[in-house]
Design a protein around this ligand. Structure first.
Ligand SMILES: [Zn+2]
Length: 501
């Protein structure tokens, strides 16, 4: 029996399992790129009544997303309850050393383009999605939609072709019109299917934020679009007599932070004599390095791309060491990470020295040590040992780098991750070349403004939500599905079935 088959049973402990008929329903709305402060301000200003009603019934919490803080990987925690890199999605762009992917030009993925259609298969098959666990299910514009029994509105060739002209012209009003049409199509299907679980992603907020900054008027308008979607869902359920059983939660996949400087890592590597494989230039013979920038404020460098499996840092040679030293001297770079072995990541801050994060065990029983070597790059105040998933989050909560210990550890050691991982300094990102749309705001980095996202729920919580990975576990507890699924996150609806650490 697979995890997924086991999970279709009922929950032991937690809220009573609802019957298939008359049970609870959950719509998860993804407010792409919306900062928690903005959502709170719009509710406080009484501009978004449907969102205000959700907050009044439950609450609005800032929680941390994953590193890299970017669309694609950042959908994995709230739809699967897992950290993305260990289940196969290390970045928006990544290099497939193992040559396991079909339809992969130069073994390089970019979910910023048509590779978006591969996300469901690139992520590992065994961990179930919320859409597989609670059916019937429906997706709208979601990056990840595996298992949606009533399909995925807005991701077909038809919708791609409708959206393409606006995308390539940078016509955001046009993009919004297409998104609103897709949202109407989603809700027509939502009314017919009455899905137990549904996810609707609204992406215009992210596009507006890139163009005008995270708090621009267009981003506020995008929050109003989220409000309208929530009101529509509630109206449909109430008219259909299932309003008392529909829950609506809102989450975002990443934050946003102003950017004024765009480094050209590609050009710098070229100038230093490296043969660089990077999007969109994928026809490079015998590259020395694959450069995968994603979210634009984060980059991964894959050394020796011809090798089909990872080597740990000490085996990569002196040229790799010089590359790391050079990266740390870029004005754009704040943190650089390498993995000396499968459970250790060495993290260096460009001004504050080096520490190591060591992981013991896996999943929710994992423990972490933060070992200061010649500095305190993550600003945790010194060496810390035996951190649990919960206390590791708490140790980083007030710092510039939320959840850094767990995020770095799980990203750096994954098989599909690059050998050098870079997080950009405040005000910088890393892809000056080949970026078609000029932008004044960015994300992808481990920095606070980019890592913190809003979580709006319409139920009281048993404990404060910490990570977006908690959302899937909580949704399953609410819906009475998912027993036995090994989530990384922990339910805030019923306390997570685990004593506080
Ligand atoms: Zn974006």
């Amino acid at each position: 029996m697979t995890t997924r088959q086991r999970a279709a049973g009922h929950v032991a402990g937690g809220p009573p399992p609802p019957a298939a008929e008359g049970g609870r329903h959950l719509l998860l709305v993804v407010a792409d790129g919306i900062r928690p402060e903005l959502l709170a301000a719009e509710i406080d200003a009484e501009r978004v009544p449907a969102l205000a009603a959700l907050r009044a019934r439950g609450g609005l919490y800032p929680v941390s997303t994953v590193f890299p803080s970017v669309t694609g990987p950042a959908y994995v925690p709230f739809l699967m309850g897992r950290h993305p890199a260990p289940v196969g999605l290390p970045g928006l762009r990544w290099y497939d050393r193992a040559r396991t992917l079909r339809w992969s030009p130069a073994q390089a993925r970019s979910y910023a383009g048509i590779d978006i259609w591969h996300v469901d298969r690139d992520v590992h098959a065994e961990p179930p999605t919320l859409l597989e666990l609670a059916q019937p299910s429906l997706a709208g514009m979601s990056m990840l939609a595996r298992g949606a029994t009533h399909g995925r509105v807005g991701r077909s060739l038809y919708w791609m072709l409708r959206a393409a002209p606006s995308h390539f012209r940078g016509d955001l009003a046009g993009w919004r019109r297409v998104e609103q049409a897709a949202t109407r199509a989603f809700f027509r299907r939502f009314a017919r299917a009455r899905p137990r679980s549904a996810v609707l992603a609204l992406t215009i907020g992210d596009k507006r934020a890139h163009a005008e900054g995270p708090f621009g008027d267009g981003v506020r308008e995008a929050v109003a679009d989220v409000d309208a979607a929530v009101a529509t869902a509630r109206g449909i359920a109430e008219a259909g007599g299932w309003g008392d059983r529909l829950h609506v939660w809102v989450v975002a996949d990443h934050g946003h932070a102003p950017v004024a400087h765009h480094d050209d890592l590609h050009g710098w590597l070229d100038g230093a004599g490296w043969r660089v494989l990077a999007h969109p230039q994928l026809s490079v013979r015998n590259p020395d390095v694959a450069l995968m920038v994603g979210g634009n404020a984060m980059a991964q460098l894959y050394l020796h791309p011809s090798m089909r499996s990872r080597s740990w840092w000490p085996a990569l040679g002196a040229r790799a060491g010089r590359l790391l030293d050079g990266v740390l001297q870029r004005p754009s770079v704040e943190l650089a990470m390498v993995a000396p072995d499968a459970r250790t990541v060495r993290v260096t801050h460009a001004g504050r020295g080096t520490a190591e994060v060591v992981r013991h065990g896996e999943g929710r029983t994992a423990r972490w040590d933060y070992l200061v070597r010649d500095g305190d790059p993550l600003g945790l105040g010194g060496t810390l040992r035996g951190l649990t998933p919960c206390t590791a989050w708490e140790a980083c909560a007030a710092t510039e780098f939320p959840d850094a210990v767990v995020q770095l550890s799980l990203l750096a050691s994954a098989p599909r991750t690059g050998d050098v991982i870079v997080s950009a300094r405040e005000g910088w990102d890393l892809r000056a070349r080949f970026e078609p749309v000029t932008h004044v705001s960015t994300h992808g980095a481990l920095r606070r403004e980019q890592m913190l996202v809003p979580l709006l729920v319409d139920v009281p919580v048993a404990r404060a939500p910490q990570r977006t990975a908690d959302v899937a576990a909580s949704a399953c507890a609410l819906l009475g599905v998912g027993a036995g699924v090994p989530f990384d996150g922990r339910s805030f609806v019923d306390g997570g079935g685990m004593a506080p650490a």
